[in-house]
Ligand binder design. Structure first.
Ligand code: DGJ
Length: 654
């Protein structure tokens, strides 16, 4: 929103939010601070718009460092900062450390959100726990380079500054020009880290996700089964087995296009591989549809191999600096998505691909970070690509989705390198990590859940031993681990035994039964990985009628019996029955004494799934409760009215 000509210091009511206009005393620069409280939540959104208010005689203004918002915190004797760190295949490692005096910087200089950090931080006075205590949470809706700086001064002041870009960012504002920052989000809760996560999940579902009302399909993905060696025959064989297990979406991953025999060639030339798919992709798509599944396809539109026709035609389209080598990573370079001719090209082939092949779902990948990233041109504004490349990606996704309203998207960046609130405004789910080891995954998923809901967290059951870690994990544990999010299967089904396929089919049926509770319910982290021998998570549906508990024991140790699991969010006076055993307990018992653990099989990697349903003592459902947040209105579909899809412009995250 622009408010040209307003007097400095004015506080304006703009549609659904407040704007404060400020004006530099000596330079032709004004900026508007925007504040918005989205309906029905405890969260505040802020962003800033800069305006060059001068004329040609003033020349351009270079923005070298700017932010979406500064979030001042109250005075407390001590502060602790929580965030996730990691790397490729070890995303989401949660850390909570004392905040020292000085500046603590989290960020990405890599042009994408990053595996090694995620754009959010929790601040607490060192006293909060999972379910109690004051927590302040700051996040940023940005998919390019970003920075969150938590500052604690010797005088006892603390605050967090959140914004796009990192060192060396240069954004040029011409006279009359405007730059709108990313949205920064913040919330305060007295309900601990769990309450903070649940409020964020609620916000993302209510105001950000394109289709929160939809249940995500059980997908099959070919990557770990066939790698680059995909062809029509082996994909049809996998599709038949996937459909028999109950998969609802079949995704053909990397390797399907011209020149793509390995990772050294092909990116940029998005037509079917003439030897592997001599009839094109349509016959496979038709067969997948005939088997009753949706058809999904992997793409990596932002990348190019030097060995490609696209690079031979447009070597100037890649990010580079004129006096530096453009370093290849995974043998690929990054196309400059801040340039309209590049995004127009991408949109054109994506439209053709989706339309010609009846594609229902795109997995949009991004497999290398920026290096020597620049956009050489007549003006020295190379570093704008750290912000504007990702905005170009957003635009392509928005335009594609507008053209194909039924198309669904999974965001991926070599695993979890592009998970953020901005990408979630245009992706239906995200791939959290390339590490599909079901034990390691519990750590990734724990970190993921701090900000993002289970209903967008894609998780696959793959082969054992796991290709990355070599760990042998029973099928049941692998399923239980992946059932904590959006279940997918990624193993080589042609090598699974009949017994494994039968067990997998049964577990897919169980998942479909619990799916509304897991994907759309409220999540309670009962025991985090490493807190003891067990890891456990509970989901409660919006009506409070159904609860699902997943419990994992990755390693076995000899010792005293494991204590009961104390559940959360139930109605103390009501009774809950185990769907599978028929045992019943009161809510007070389940929350106070705890749920007696079922017998876990001996040995490492044991797990259990418990499905509870509220009964009123006569086998009928009792009245609904809601554990967190404001009361939510429902209609006959059971979907909270507040979660109805909103128009994009209503959602505020652009
Ligand atoms: C990285 C992704 O995370 C994998 O799932 C797979 O799609 C590969 N890229 C394909 O190159």
């Amino acid at each position: 929103m622009q408010v040209p000509g307003e007097r400095p210091g004015a506080v304006l009511e703009a549609d659904d939010h407040v704007v404060v206009r400020l004006q530099d005393r000596t330079r032709p620069l004004a900026w508007d601070l925007h504040y918005r409280v989205p309906t029905g939540g405890d969260l505040l959104e802020r962003w800033t718009e800069f305006h060059h208010t001068g004329t040609a005689v003033d020349g351009d203004i270079l923005l070298l460092r700017y932010a979406s918002a500064h979030w001042p915190l109250p005075q407390r004797p001590a502060w602790r900062i929580g965030s996730v760190h990691g790397g490729w295949s070890r995303e989401g490692c949660l850390d909570r450390s004392a905040l020292p005096v000085g500046e603590t910087v989290l960020g990405s200089r890599r042009g994408h959100t990053g595996h090694h950090a995620n754009p959010w931080a929790t601040l607490d006075a060192g006293e909060a726990g999972e379910e109690h205590g004051e927590v302040w949470n700051v996040a940023l809706a940005a998919s390019g380079s970003w920075r969150l700086t938590a500052q604690r001064t010797a005088a006892g002041r603390t605050g967090v500054v959140a914004g796009e870009g990192h060192e060396g960012i240069e954004l040029r504002l011409a006279p009359g020009g405007t730059h709108r920052t990313a949205v920064s989000l913040a919330l305060y809760t007295e309900r601990g880290f769990g309450g903070s996560s649940r409020a964020f999940h609620h916000h993302l579902r209510t105001h950000v996700l394109p289709h929160p009302e939809e249940l995500r399909p059980v997908l099959y993905n070919s990557w770990e089964a066939t790698s680059f060696a995909v062809n029509e025959e082996n994909q049809v064989a996998l599709a038949k087995r996937a459909a028999a297990l109950g998969a609802e979406l079949f995704v053909l991953d990397d390797g399907w296009f011209r020149g793509r025999d390995d990772d050294r060639a092909g990116l940029g030339d998005w037509t079917p591989h003439p030897h592997r798919f001599p009839r094109g992709l349509r016959p496979l798509a038709d067969e997948v549809h005939r088997l009753g599944m949706a058809f999904g396809l992997w793409v990596e539109p932002e990348m190019v191999n030097v060995d490609s026709d696209l690079y031979r035609r447009h070597p100037d389209w890649v990010l580079h600096l004129p006096d530096r080598t453009a370093t290849e990573l995974r043998n690929q370079l990054v196309l400059d998505f801040s340039r309209p001719e590049v995004t127009d090209w991408a949109l054109a082939w994506l439209r053709r691909l989706v339309a010609d092949n009846a594609v229902d779902f795109l997995k949009w990948d991004f497999n290398r970070s920026f290096s020597e990233a620049g956009a050489p041109g007549p003006v020295p504004d190379a570093r704008r690509v750290h912000v504007e490349h990702a905005r170009g990606v957003h635009q392509v996704l928005d335009r594609l989705r507008a053209d194909f309203p039924c198309l669904r998207v999974e965001a991926c960046a070599g695993g979890g390198g592009r998970v953020d609130p901005a990408v979630l405004a245009r992706a239906d789910q995200v791939w959290a990590s390339d590490n599909t080891d079901a034990v390691d995954r519990l750590i990734v998923q724990h970190g993921f859940s701090q900000l993002y809901p289970a209903g967008v967290m894609s998780a696959w059951v793959t082969d054992s031993p796991n290709p990355l870690t070599g760990r042998v994990v029973p099928l049941r544990f692998r399923f239980h681990s992946a059932m904590a999010g959006v279940l997918g299967i990624g193993g080589d089904l042609t090598r699974w035994t009949e017994a494994e396929l039968a067990e997998a089919g049964r577990l897919v049926r169980v998942y479909k039964d619990i799916r509304p509770v897991v994907q759309q319910g409220t999540q309670f982290r009962l025991l985090g990985p490493g807190e003891g021998p067990l890891t456990a998570v509970q989901y409660l549906d919006a009506s409070g009628e159904r609860a699902v508990v997943l419990v994992w024991r990755p390693g076995t140790t000899f010792g005293p019996p494991l204590p009961p699991l104390r559940l959360r969010g139930l109605a103390p006076a009501d009774r809950y029955r185990d769907d599978d055993t028929g045992q019943e307990w009161s809510g007070a018992t389940l929350m106070g004494f705890g749920l007696p653990l079922p017998d876990l099989p001996p040995g490492d990697c044991a797990s259990a799934l418990i499905r509870l349903r509220r009964v009123d003592g006569r086998g009928r459902s009792a009245r609904p409760v809601r554990p967190d947040g404001p009361a939510v209105a429902h209609d006959a579909t059971g979907i909270p009215n507040a979660q109805r899809p909103q128009r994009k412009e209503e959602r505020g995250i652009g």
